[in-house]
Design a protein around this ligand. Sequence first.
Ligand code: PYC
Length: 332
Amino acid sequence: MAVKTFFCVDAHTCGNPVRLVAGGGPVLHGNNMSEKRQHFLKEYDWIRRGLMFEPRGHDMMSGSILYPPHNPENDVAVLFIETSGCLPMCGHGTIGTITIAIEEGLIKPKVPGIVRMEAPAGLVMIAYKQDGQKVTSVKLTNVPSYLAAENLEAECPGLGRLTFDVSYGGNYYAIIDPQKNFSGLENYAADQLIAWSRELRKRINEQYTFVHPQNPTINSCSHILWAGKTLSDDATARNAVFYGDKAIDRSPCGTGTSARMAQWFAQGKLKVGDEFIHESIIGSKFTGRVEDVVDMEGHKAIIPSIEGWARIYGYNTIKIDDDDPYAYGFQV
Ligand code: PYC
């Protein structure tokens, strides 16, 4: 019988959970976080399942584990763990992770106020603000984001034929704008969007292939972004982002916002310097901005920034005991 103990700090970013594993994470091998992510998935995925799924987690649970950086110029490296797997990049996860890491003294940035963070998807630069001990905002400058495909079509059981674009912002997103067979996210229950998303994502990945031009381990359309009317006047757009098998992001989704900005930029609706305020299903907001444009293997990509906040709500010492029939979690 083996019992493994994990020391976690629990927080939420604009409503979506972030469980940072501050102690008990495994030693991983690899020259960068992308390689370490592969090692984790091969040998330690039980940790993710045990900490993210019920009974220790829930459908939306999301978290991270800190590692020393591979390049000494950087401050930290991060593995994202989620109900969906280990995402190459997670925006709300970054905002929560950095808030916890700074407030709890888990990292000591070389330059106060700036964190250079290695994610599996690449280097992410972070600027954070503090009021005393409290981190009041985290702004991340994300990996290059680009519009991968336009005007694709797939059949969604229950809705009918949908037209969508696929855009990359650290993960690939199918973006469903209001159209004949979909009148906008505000007109449907979250459970209904989840059921449609699961089937639609399966069909999209059966019909189409998406491979990151520089990292072939990022190779599927993992998320669905449903768009709709904003709740407040100062928001640019609103989304309900589906991830995992049963989750709608409660935050405005950092990689989803990056993907959305890349789509709007490519379609001439945003330019460098423009702000983009994205609203979540619960009305929380991220402020996005198109910081720059770069060439990525022939794709015109934007460098988006995303700013948001997070709050720590607890400390959680979690046991995974082999003797527990639900040691490695379950989903209903
Ligand atoms: O904020 O990038 C994000 C994210 C991905 C999945 C859930 N949140």
